[in-house]
Design a protein around this ligand. Structure first.
Ligand code: DP6
Length: 328
């Protein structure tokens, strides 16, 4: 009744923001992402008869009550599916800063879904695993797969068609994503609450939903054709559109800090001088920079020397969630 899994973070190139159903965590829009090799979560789950509550250790410390509660609610789904009533010991480790807009919930719930379902003896298909992971966190549905991944919004009210699917595997196209960390702290408003507030108060929300399917079509084409210019421009567009939406909420949600904004200008400037670089930003102040392998060194040096950048993480396309050999 024990299993360990590793799942990698992913970065959305076409963003997910908003839910059509919060109980089943059904997204209001589809999204497209790239799974990242260098950033991952490793999770071990063991179901035990000797304890009457779940235990969750995150990065060698007892997790916060909110984090533990979210994990327990997720484990309830698996307990129900497997017909068991045992408590679990969950130990999880991220190899990158938690909760700062680096998509830790994506790798976390993908790893948890795989480890916990295996620990109870369920052997889920990748699609079923994606549907399960989605109920922990929308972006986690994508981390089940490697490389370029599309998450479907789905139409059904039971969520059976709201899953992710691979578009191209991790070896298909070597592009680089450099993450400029501008603030390691936890973000003030998590994605779930941010989405809920946006859907309730932002006047641009209906247009955000209406305009998203065209972005998905175009991003699929850019990936198919390995058209980096199109991919980059569209990633910037989707990112800025999402932030414009969040800013239009009442009160507006501002995930960007001063360094984030300075970097937006600097990256465009670098591009105008001839280096193909594009940015994307999630629900936090870190700036994620897309470039081709031949420019990675130059762009990385540029970011490392930029005032306000604390560190730079260099990532490449990575694999889907997988089980790890049991440690003795
Ligand atoms: C800005 O997947 O963290 O990173 O489903 O509520 O857990 P929940 O939200 P989450 O949201 C991710 C938002 C984003 C964009 C993206 O990854 O598509």
């Amino acid at each position: 009744m024990r299993a360990s899994a590793r799942a990698h973070a992913n970065i959305a190139l076409v963003k997910y923001w908003g839910k059509r159903d919060s109980r089943l965590n059904l997204p209001a829009v589809g999204s497209i992402s790239l799974t990242l090799k260098e950033l991952f979560t490793e999770t071990t789950v063991e179901f035990v008869a000797t304890s009457d509550s779940d235990q969750f250790i995150l990065n060698s410390q007892a997790a916060s009550p909110e984090q533990s509660e979210r994990v327990s609610r997720f484990l309830d789904l698996i307990r129900r599916q497997a017909g068991i009533d045992l408590s679990a010991r969950v130990t999880s480790r991220n190899n990158f800063p938690t909760g700062a807009g680096l998509a830790s919930s994506a790798s976390a719930f993908a790893a948890l879904a795989l480890a916990a379902s295996r620990a109870v003896g369920l052997s889920l298909s990748p699609r079923e695993l994606s549907i399960l992971a989605r109920q922990g966190s929308g972006s986690a549905a994508r981390s089940v797969f490697g490389g370029f991944v599309e998450m479907h919004r789905g139409e059904r009210s039971d969520g059976r068609d709201a899953y992710a699917e691979p578009l191209a595997d991790q070896h298909y196209w070597d592009i680089r994503l450099l993450i400029a960390v501008t603030d390691e702290g936890e973000k003030p408003l998590g994605s779930t609450a941010g989405m809920e507030h946006t859907a309730r108060t932002a006047p641009y929300y209906p247009e955000w939903i209406r305009s998203s399917s065209a972005d998905l079509v175009e991003m699929r084409t850019a990936i198919q054709k390995k058209d980096f210019t199109r991919l980059g421009e569209l990633a910037e567009f989707s990112c800025l559109k999402m932030h414009a939406l969040a800013l239009s909420a009442r009160p507006g949600i501002v995930y960007l800090n001063g360094t984030t904004v300075e970097l937006i200008h600097a990256i465009r400037e670098l591009r105008h001088r001839g280096t193909e670089v594009y940015f994307t930003i999630d629900a936090g102040p870190q700036v994620k920079v897309l470039c081709l392998p031949e420019n990675a060194r130059q762009v990385s040096d540029f970011l490392k020397n930029f005032p306000g950048v604390q560190r730079v993480l260099e990532t490449t396309p990575g694999p889907g969630a997988h089980l790890m050999a049991e440690e003795a």
